[in-house]
Ligand binder design. Structure first.
Ligand SMILES: NC(=O)c1ccc[n+]([C@@H]2O[C@H](COP(=O)([O-])OP(=O)(O)OC[C@H]3O[C@@H](n4cnc5c(N)ncnc54)[C@H](OP(=O)(O)O)[C@@H]3O)[C@@H](O)[C@H]2O)c1
Length: 250
């Protein structure tokens, strides 16, 4: 019960890594705020956590809208007195596209969900975290932030920018006793990965071949690195990589 009495707000928690983290933190005693755009999907995750003796509430929010984030925060603080751990996990990749094929609409959507949302949510929560004695923020990146692969340029750029913001957040909020770190996973099974595998021939094998551990991970394998960042570690302002050795193999 490493996270007993802790409140953890996880964006994009209705499926994939967010859901795995919601269930994992709940099993370790935390109260979970499950958030994504679809309330029914969040409620299903919260109900499943509660059916196993855990504690969770569901609140929907579109991270691409600052107004919706304001409403999320109002709902959060009407139900809990503090948030100890914020995990900015919700992220989108609108498919493979070269820079020339990327439209302004794609650019704006990716930036608003992958970058502006985490910045806005974190910057509104940080003072409240400080008021309640501190906490921690974890930004979910991708090793795409370090590799900058062709046809994923915009996705990679949003994640690289979030890595940069992670360092700034850590510096600006250390006086509030808030640690801020990022996690950069390699490929794991999720709807995001599956849709790319289904649409691009040979993509699955290319992911497997890229790693020193030659397989695609399960989202549950990403949990322990997140737990490390969420515990009272002497770690802030950095990015932890969990990529099966992709960066090393390059
Ligand atoms: N899959 C991988 O191999 C991989 C590798 C490295 C990094 N990542 C990163 O890990 C994070 C989680 O990815 P995943 O693979 O678990 O994705 P996923 O299965 O596609 O899940 C994405 C989650 O984000 C929510 N979401 C999407 N758009 C949103 C929005 N505008 N506002 C609020 N919530 C939104 C979705 O729920 P709703 O549809 O209900 O909104 C869902 O809960 C992302 O940041 C991704 O970039 C993934």
């Amino acid at each position: 019960m490493r996270f007993k009495d802790k409140v953890v707000l996880i964006t994009g928690a209705s499926r994939g890594l967010g859901k795995a983290m919601a269930e994992g933190f709940a099993e370790e005693g935390a109260k979970i705020i499950v958030s994504s755009r679809k309330l029914d999907a969040c409620e299903a995750v919260a109900a499943s956590i509660k059916s196993r003796g855990g504690d969770a509430i569901a609140i929907d929010a579109h991270l691409g809208s600052t107004e919706k984030i304001d409403i999320l925060l109002t709902k959060v603080y009407s139900q809990v007195s503090k948030v100890d751990i914020l995990i900015n996990n919700a992220g989108i990749n609108l498919g493979m596209a070269s820079l020339s094929d990327t439209t302004v609409a794609m650019f704006d959507k990716m930036i608003s969900v992958n970058l502006r949302g985490p910045w806005y949510l974190s910057s509104r929560i940080a003072p409240k975290m400080g008021d309640s004695g501190g906490g921690c923020i974890i930004n979910i990146l991708s090793i795409a932030a370090m590799i900058s692969p062709p046809n994923m340029g915009l996705y990679a750029a949003t994640k690289a920018a979030l890595a940069s913001l992670t360092e700034v957040m850590a510096q600006e909020w250390s006086s509030l006793n808030i640690r801020v770190n990022a996690l950069a996973p390699g490929s794991y099974r999720s709807e995001m990965t599956n849709s790319a595998i289904e649409s691009i021939e040979g993509y699955e094998q290319s992911l497997i071949d890229a790693a020193l551990i030659p397989r695609i991970a399960d989202s549950k394998e990403i949990l322990n690195p997140v737990f490390y960042l969420a515990t009272e570690a002497y770690t802030t302002g950095t990015t932890l990589v969990a990529d099966g050795g992709v960066l090393a193999k390059r």
